[in-house]
Design a protein around this ligand. Structure first.
Ligand SMILES: NC(=O)C1=CN([C@@H]2O[C@H](COP(=O)(O)OP(=O)(O)OC[C@H]3O[C@@H](n4cnc5c(N)ncnc54)[C@H](OP(=O)(O)O)[C@@H]3O)[C@@H](O)[C@H]2O)C=CC1
Ligand SMILES: O=C(O)C1=N[C@H](C(=O)O)C[C@H](O)C1
Length: 233
């Protein structure tokens, strides 16, 4: 993603690429940058954000592994640097953003829902950040609609067979050679199902969203979560 972003930024007429960093490089190289695009690993992303916020560099990150607690940590740093913006975007693909929006809309109408996310086998985290955010949004929509727990009579289970539970929504992770990034949200009600599916077949799918976030974050101090607030403006 870093290499793909470097190519996209270098090709954009209104942006200037000032640095490219890997794991062996000092963050000081970023001091002249207005915005840092951060695609690394869940175990290092917070240190990178802390450095950037402390040095007045806006951040666009797509790195996964963000929990509500980690987001609160970022909010705390931003409170001390009120002019700085950080955009944490679990999925930059427009279709994925819409898939989450449509799933949130459908959530109130269906008794059952499960998420299946499918990725390439190099992915280090499970479930995906996209699945996590989708589950959180579906759970919030179900709760405001007064829906209770998802019906499930399972009383005996091999551990993991029913997936991970995120805010009560079952999430299943598949890793297979040949996949890039895919997700299905399966809704069920009496006599019908609705499946909302998104497929990224190429990492080029993420670049329009990365560029949109880079252009937007400088005018959005504080924390922005997901691409949704940046669309339709
Ligand atoms: N939001 C979105 O739309 C998307 C998000 N992602 C997420 O982005 C993250 C990265 O994915 P991906 O690019 O596939 O992963 P890769 O493993 O291909 O790349 C990770 C990169 O992070 C670099 N890195 C590791 N540690 C540091 C550090 N301390 N400082 C600077 N750079 C570091 C590595 O550099 P080096 O090679 O020098 O070691 C490596 O190039 C994952 O969390 C993934 O889930 C992925 C796709 C889309
Ligand atoms: O690791 C990936 O590849 C991806 N990671 C993000 C996630 O975890 O949701 C976004 C996309 O699914 C690709």
């Amino acid at each position: 993603m870093g290499a793909e972003s470097v190519r996209a930024i270098a090709a954009a007429d209104d942006l200037e690429l000032v640095a490219e960093l890997g794991s062996g490089d000092a963050l000081d190289t970023l001091a002249d940058a207005e915005v840092a695009v951060e695609f690394t690993r869940p175990d290092v992303v917070l240190d990178n954000i802390e450095w950037c916020v402390g040095h007045g560099v806006h951040v666009v990150t797509g790195t996964t592994g963000f929990t509500p607690e980690r987001l609160d940590t970022v909010r705390g740093w931003l409170a001390d640097s009120p002019g700085v913006g950080v955009a944490v975007v679990p999925n930059f693909a427009l279709g994925a953003v819409l898939m989450m929006r449509f799933a949130e809309t459908a959530a109130r109408y269906f008794e059952s829902v499960e998420i299946v996310e499918l990725h390439h086998p190099q992915k280090v985290d499970a479930p995906s950040g996209t699945a996590r955010l989708t589950a959180e949004r579906i759970a919030a929509a179900r709760s405001s609609a007064g829906l209770g727990a998802i019906p499930d009579a399972t009383s005996s289970e091999l551990e993991g067979a029913r997936g991970a539970s995120i805010d009560g929504i079952p999430v299943h992770s598949v890793r297979a050679r040949g996949l890039v990034a895919h997700q299905e949200v399966l809704f069920g009600a009496a006599g019908e199902t609705l499946t909302i599916r998104h497929d990224s077949f190429d990492r080029a799918s993420f670049m329009p969203g990365v560029l949109l976030a880079v252009r937007s974050v400088v005018a959005r101090p504080g924390l922005t979560i997901g691409l949704d607030p940046l669309l339709d403006r």
